[in-house]
Design a protein around this ligand. Structure first.
Ligand code: NAP
Length: 209
């Protein structure tokens, strides 16, 4: 596929672009201030900031190009409607790592048997939004008023613990992302499935598994 990558020079972009190219995609990075000229491409990928992603997606949809977005901390609903009206697709995943998606699924199952849970999400200090999109999505799956604790420190990549408590027992489900290359499989899967997705907005890697 011919792809434009918004945020190609960022931490995730630097890890992913070579892997997308190795998988056979032709990737063009688009940086801040560059004209978002994507007409005729097969897809746009965005790993930027919550402030930049909506404008990038809008520009892509205006030019008739479907999008795969990993940027967290923004609401894609309105642009999903925009995509559907144009016969396009907007796929957004708060976490492209397969292990993290399984962690969320296991947490949803455990929630049926434990009365209380809290989430600790730990990310690199550069992450701009808190709590993380993955933590908020996990809390929604668990239900109730699940408390989320956010840690931002140098040395961290992306980590999450879901701790379930009951009388006399604790269950901890933990996932650690140790390298950003872990997001490549999820992005490649999203690009492969993009043409088959329903028009408009699809959220979450679990919908593709
Ligand atoms: P980062 O290192 O700050 O990279 C963001 C990049 O986007 C920077 O190179 C930045 O350029 C660039 N950028 C900002 N505005 C732009 C625009 N309008 N057009 C083009 N490029 C623009 O952040 P990151 O760690 O790579 O993370 C990026 C996003 O992905 C964050 O929202 C993060 O939470 C999310 N994320 C999602 C997943 C997932 O699995 N869904 C995984 C990891 C991270 P400058 O440096 O020049 O400002």
């Amino acid at each position: 596929m011919k792809i434009a990558f918004f945020g190609a020079e960022g931490k995730v972009g630097c890890a992913l672009v070579p892997l997308l190219e190795r998988a056979g995609h032709e990737v063009r990075g688009i940086e801040i201030g560059e004209e978002p000229d994507v007409a005729g491409l097969d897809a746009v990928v965005d790993f930027t900031t919550p402030e930049a992603a909506p404008a990038n997606v809008r520009a892509a949809l205006d030019q008739g190009v479907s999008c795969v977005v990993g940027t967290t901390g923004w609401d894609p609903q309105a642009l999903g409607d925009n995509a559907r009206e144009r016969g396009l697709r907007l796929f957004v995943a708060p976490n492209f790592s397969l292990g993290a998606v399984l962690m969320m699924r296991f947490a949803e199952q455990a929630a049926r048997y434990f009365p209380r849970a809290e989430i600790i999400e730990l990310h690199n200090e550069a992450k701009k939004d808190a709590p993380s999109g993955t933590a908020r999505a996990t809390a929604d799956l668990i239900g109730g008023n699940t408390i989320i604790h956010s840690v931002r420190l140098p040395g961290l990549v992306a980590h999450q613990e879901v701790i379930f408590g009951s009388v006399g027992q604790l269950l901890t489900i933990r996932h650690d992302t140790t390298a950003r290359e872990s997001f490549a499989d999820g992005v490649l899967l999203a690009l492969e499935k993009l043409p088959e997705l329903p028009l408009g907005l699809t959220i979450g890697l679990d919908t593709l598994l």
